[in-house]
Ligand binder design. Structure first.
Ligand SMILES: Nc1ncnc2c1ncn2[C@@H]1O[C@H](COP(=O)(O)OP(=O)(O)O)[C@@H](O)[C@H]1O
Ligand SMILES: [Mg+2]
Length: 1111
């Protein structure tokens, strides 16, 4: 647990003390006072060490909710205020985690809340243990076994409306994970006498009432029952209904529970039949009939009832009737049959009813066990829950055999309590290394011995008395007791030899008294012998065995004549002693947990705490004894860590943190507090405190210290809070002030700034204007200067220019004059050396030289030999213009010739052809320029090589001049069909493009002309001479991108083969002969639908229009 977590403790918020061990002073009064105080504050649980005292609140308290379950789950025992869940949790956890089998012993008187407590424990365990479908079913079966057993084993008594009339011990079995596997139930001592007779104000077992009020009509009819309780002798009339109990609803609950536990429908039916039979047995009545020998003999009064019972359990009426009238005693192979008188018959009847019912109850327990038993064979962990009646002390005259036996059982339980508590205490001391000091306590072994001793114990003597031949009565039994036990210090009797009691009038003559550990109890001997014998006449058990009802038969195996057992069956006392011994042995192997239930009042009412009643129970439950044993050594112990944690504030060294080991911390703490050394002891892991006073002293100091600490914390916190608030306010004030100052200064600054700007601007304006004035003046001055200077310079320059011109003229005049004069002088001097035609010769010579130079230069600057090279050197002299042009022409012709000389014959032909085309189409048809760059290949299809046209090729035979795909225009609609166009030396052919089949063949001599447009389209018409065979079909209108080539070749071939020229007509409108009609083909410019290709369309009978894309 972390140090910061808030720790709760049993010691916190205590009402009185939560643990009686801490009671100071320890006395009965203070014990009661503490219980009462707690009870008044709804604290119904109080501890004595690990024992839980539970006071019945008689009202539902909100302390069993699922939230509470969560709260107590996995917490330490002393961590929270006392609660039954704490005990259940502790038990379950040590079962699960430490593998210790547990038993939970719940004791207390009737109505003290034992059964409720046992159910609370079971439901808590069910809530905290594992989950899952299978586990849930087991849980459900275990929980649902309660209503079934309660219906058959509980009854309304004066003390408790739902009083368990049997002792119950249930082992719940778990697997290693702590998931429930199943359970085993043992039952003890069902109060069967209740079946036939109930004390005043009490009822028979619940099941009878539930059956009568809850069963549907048809079921009642089948069972031969009536709804009216008063019809049945066995149902006491007073208090047949109980306040707040709905028998009918409970009947349904029980049947449902039986189903869940696993009863088959027919089993439930059988059980109800047996219950009905028991009920009806009570109605059988006997009447006396005198016999001859004077003995009374009984007879069944009303045979009808007998008949119904017999029918119900399948038995012959005479058999049962006889069993009620006779008694057969067998002794030493002899059978003696005696008749029964009326009283004996009633005794027999009641004995049968009691036996039938108690055997049915045992059968039920076994049947439930069969259902809920664990299915696995693996080792199981076991938690036993014992819910058994507590010690009972009544006024004189009430205590009977059953109570004696129960008190014996409680005596035994006390013994194991002492044994186990001391053992545990001792083990803890050894574990913790604390010296064992002898504890003075009362050991009740001696009382147990008085009752159970095999030779002279009270039970042994009772058995002996029952078996003894001769007249046996309760008185003879008491006499015997008086003889044998008189000397025993816990046995008291008027008749005993112990003269001490001779005059004790509180002790009647027919009683004996035992001084139990819990107090003295007076027992009346009446009925001891009879009840111990627990006799059922053999005739009755044999009659039952003969029943055809399976369940009844199985309940009476002793009635089987073949298994007759002459030995008497074990007595009730003997049986109980044996089962108690088994139980004790079982419990001793387990870790015990005690719940001591106390009933606060006799009225079954809430809020009432009757001191005397509680005091009585405290006494006989031996609670003071409990506390004493528990306190014998050290009253209080606690592990070091929580102890240090709880008290560390009491010492400076340990507060607020102790760094060393917890034990040292505690040592320092206790030394510092000056607690006497003998008051405590250091164990290995726990501190042991001898006296509760010491603990309370510590607690008081702690409380005081906590208050101081709280005040300190408060002080510091308040100081801190004020300081922080002040600091915050101060900080806020500074912030506000700063912001305000900033704002004010900003305002002021803004004002100053704007005034400064105004002043500044005025000054600047004034200054600027001044400067501007000055600058303007300066500028004007410089301009004036410049102008003056310019004018001046101008004047100067002009003057200078005039002077220079004058000078130049003069110089020129001088030179001219000088030249003329010189010329004149030369002519005058050389006139005698020159002939008349010398001038001409000089001229010629000069010209010659110039020409020479020209040609030589031209030779070096000659352009390339390419005919398309246009360069030519520049002309040097103007007078050579004509020569230069001529030379250029000659050169070009010459290099063209040179170029042509390089041509082969074939190439020449091609160029011829190209030339021809040029002559025909250049500047006439717009398609022409695009054909210039295309070489005329002629055979585009390579007919001879193409296997597809093999047939065609053989048909044609002649050399193919041109082969290409052209479109043949359908004259009817202007649509185009591809055709192979073949031109040979003598004819041209049109053939199918796919099959190569010849469609038309026209000799070239039959052609007259070809027509086409001047546009970029490839449409052309080939005309046939009138009167020839080809003319019958009419002219051909074809189209091809290679129009120029086709027409050129056609023209040339015609010319060469027929020596006649065909007419080439280029016009945007021409006529074509179609059979008889002449159709006009007209070319228009526009954008045809399919883009840039010319399209032909039939407009009417006489017009085919070809749309040619505009260039
Ligand atoms: N813890 C409890 N809270 C509320 N009522 C209780 C509690 N324990 C017992 N009672 C009431 O007391 C009655 C008797 O209790 P029960 O367990 O039957 O007593 P016992 O088994 O000891 O004879 C119950 O029917 C119930 O009304
Ligand atoms: Mg009970």
């Amino acid at each position: 647990m972390s140090k910061m977590e808030v720790k709760t403790s049993l010691l916190d918020n205590m009402i009185g003390v939560g643990d009686m061990v801490l009671l100071e002073p320890l006395a009965e009064e203070s014990f009661l006072e503490n219980l009462k105080k707690r009870f008044d504050h709804n604290e119904i649980y109080t501890y004595i060490g690990s024992v839980v005292i539970s006071v019945n609140p008689y009202r539902s308290l909100p302390i069993y909710s699922p939230e509470k379950v969560e709260e107590y789950r996995n917490r330490n025992f002393y961590e929270l205020s006392p609660h039954i869940f704490s005990l259940a949790d502790e038990a379950y956890r040590s079962l699960r985690d430490q593998d210790k089998d547990q038993c939970i012993l719940i004791t207390g008187e009737s109505g003290a809340g034992k059964t409720e407590a046992s159910k609370l424990v079971m439901s808590y365990v069910a809530a905290v243990c594992g989950k899952g479908a299978e586990v849930n079913q087991v849980k459900e079966q275990l929980l649902q076994s309660n209503p079934v057993l309660e219906a058959f084993g509980n009854a309304k008594t004066v003390r408790n409306d739902n009083s368990s009339r049997f002792g119950k011990y249930m082992d719940i079995e778990f697997d290693f994970k702590g998931d429930p596997l199943g359970g085993v139930i043992s039952n003890y001592l069902l109060e069967k006498s209740r079946v036939v007779k109930q004390p005043r104000g009490e009822r028979n077992f619940h099941v009878f009432y539930q059956l009568l009020s809850g069963a549907p009509d048809d079921m009642l009819k089948k069972l031969n029952l009536e709804r009216d309780f008063s019809k049945y002798n066995y149902l006491g009339l007073d208090s047949a209904t109980v306040n707040g109990v709905d028998d009918a609803a409970n009947f349904r609950t029980v049947r449902n529970a039986m189903q869940i536990v696993g009863f088959m429908d027919d089993e439930t039916q059988s059980v109800l039949e047996v219950v009905s039979a028991v009920l009806k047995l009570g109605n059988i009545e006997f009447k006396p009939e005198s016999r001859v020998n004077g003995l009374d003999e009984s007879r069944v009064k009303d045979k009808n009832e007998l008949k119904e019972i017999c029918e119900l359990i399948g038995i012959e009426q005479t058999v049962l009737e006889r069993a009620f009238s006779f008694r057969t005693v067998e002794a030493k192979q002899e059978k003696v049959s005696t008749t029964l008188n009326v009283a004996q018959a009633y005794y027999a009847r009641d004995a049968l009813a009691k036996n039938l019912y108690s055997r049915l109850f045992s059968w039920l327990v076994n049947r439930i066990n069969e259902s809920i038993k664990a299915q696995t064979k693996t080792r199981k962990k076991v938690m036993g829950v014992l819910d058994i009646y507590g010690f009972e002390i009544f006024e004189v005259g009430h205590i009977v055999f059953e109570q004696f036996i129960i008190n014996y059982c409680n005596e035994k339980l006390q013994q194991i309590f002492i044994e186990l508590t001391l053992r545990e205490e001792q083990e803890e001391y050894i574990r913790e290394g604390i010296e064992w000091t002898h504890i003075d306590y009362f050991n009740n072994a001696i009382i147990c011995d008085l009752i159970e001793n095999n030779t002279n114990g009270i039970l042994a003597m009772l058995d002996e008395e029952c078996l003894r031949p001769g007249t046996v009565s309760d008185e003879t039994f008491l006499e015997k007791l008086n003889q044998i036990c008189a000397g025993h210090e816990h046995f008291e009797s008027r008749m005993s030899k112990n003269s001490k009691f001779l005059n004790d009038h509180t002790l009647p003559h027919n009683c004996f008294r035992i001084q139990h550990y819990a107090g003295k109890v007076l027992y009346r001997v009446e009925g001891f012998v009879d009840k111990n014998n627990d006799l059922l006449y053999r005739d009755l058990s044999q009659a039952m065995w003969k029943a055809s009802h399976n369940l009844v038969k199985s309940l009476f195996p002793d009635g089987n004549p073949t298994k007759i057992n002459l030995k008497r069956p074990p007595t009730a006392g003997f049986q109980f002693k044996a089962s108690v011994a088994t139980l004790m042995k079982n419990l001793l192997t387990k870790n015990p947990n005690y719940i001591r239930c106390i009933k606060p009042n006799d009225k079954k009412a809430a809020h009432i705490f009757t001191d005397s009643l509680v005091c009585h129970q405290v006494r006989y439950l031996g609670l003071m004894e409990n506390v004493r044993v528990r306190r014998a050594g050290y009253a209080f112990r606690q592990t070091y860590e929580p102890c240090l944690e709880r008290y560390k504030m009491l010492c400076k060294q340990t507060w607020p943190h102790w760094r060393g080991p917890a034990r040292e911390g505690v040592e320092v703490l206790l030394k510092d507090l000056q607690i006497p050394r003998e008051e405590y002891s250091y164990g290995r892991s726990k501190i042991f405190i001898r006296n509760p006073r010491t603990l309370f002293h510590l607690e008081d100091q702690r409380k005081q210290r906590l208050q101081d600490l709280a005040a300190l914390i408060q002080k510091i916190y308040r100081g801190w809070k004020c300081r922080t608030r002040f600091l915050l306010m101060k900080r806020s004030q500074i912030t506000v002030a700063a912001w305000y100052r900033r704002y004010a200064q900003q305002k002021k600054y803004q004002r100053i700034k704007s005034s400064a700007i105004v002043v500044q601007s005025y000054i600047r304006g004034w200054k600027s204007r001044k400067i501007l004035r000055e600058l303007k003046y300066q500028k004007r001055c410089t301009e004036a200067v410049t102008t003056i200077a310019a004018y001046w310079h101008g004047t100067q320059a002009r003057r200078e220019l005039k002077r220079l011109k004058e000078e130049a003229r003069r110089k020129h005049a001088v030179a001219v004059i000088w030249a003329y004069w010189l010329g004149l002088k030369v002519r005058r001097d050389y006139r005698k050396f020159f002939r008349a035609n010398a001038g001409k010769k000089i001229y010629e010579f000069t010209i010659q030289r110039i020409m020479q130079k020209y040609f030589l230069e031209l030779k070096n600057k000659m352009p390339s030999m390419s005919p398309i090279d246009k360069t030519w050197p520049a002309r040097p002299y103007l007078f050579l213009e004509a020569t230069h042009t001529e030379l250029r022409r000659i050169f070009h012709l010459w290099r063209c010739k040179k170029y042509r000389d390089l041509f082969t014959e074939q190439k020449k032909a091609i160029y011829d052809e190209k030339l021809e085309a040029s002559e025909m189409f250049k500047d006439k048809k717009a398609l022409y320029p695009s054909s210039v760059g295309q070489p005329f290949q002629g055979d585009y299809l390579e007919i001879s090589k193409n296997p597809k046209y093999q047939k065609l090729s053989t048909l044609v035979e002649e050399k193919i001049i041109l082969a290409d795909i052209v479109n043949k225009i359908n004259r009817a609609n202007g649509k185009a069909t591809p055709r192979i166009f073949l031109l040979t030396k003598n004819s041209f052919l049109l053939a199918d493009q796919k099959s190569g089949q010849i469609k038309s063949s026209v000799p070239l001599s039959d052609l007259t002309s070809a027509s086409m447009s001047a546009q970029t389209d490839g449409f052309f018409a080939v005309r046939v001479k009138e009167g020839t065979p080809a003319a019958a079909k009419g002219d051909f209108l074809l189209s091809s991108d290679r129009l120029i080539e086709i027409v050129t070749k056609l023209y040339r071939t015609c010319l060469s083969s027929t020596k006649e020229k065909i007419n080439i007509e280029i016009s945007d409108e021409f006529l074509v002969q179609f059979k008889q009609d002449k159709v006009c083909v007209k070319f228009v410019q526009g954008s045809p639908k399919n883009g840039s290709v010319a399209a032909c369309k039939r407009k009417n009978n006489r017009l085919l229009e070809v749309a040619v894309p505009s260039p």
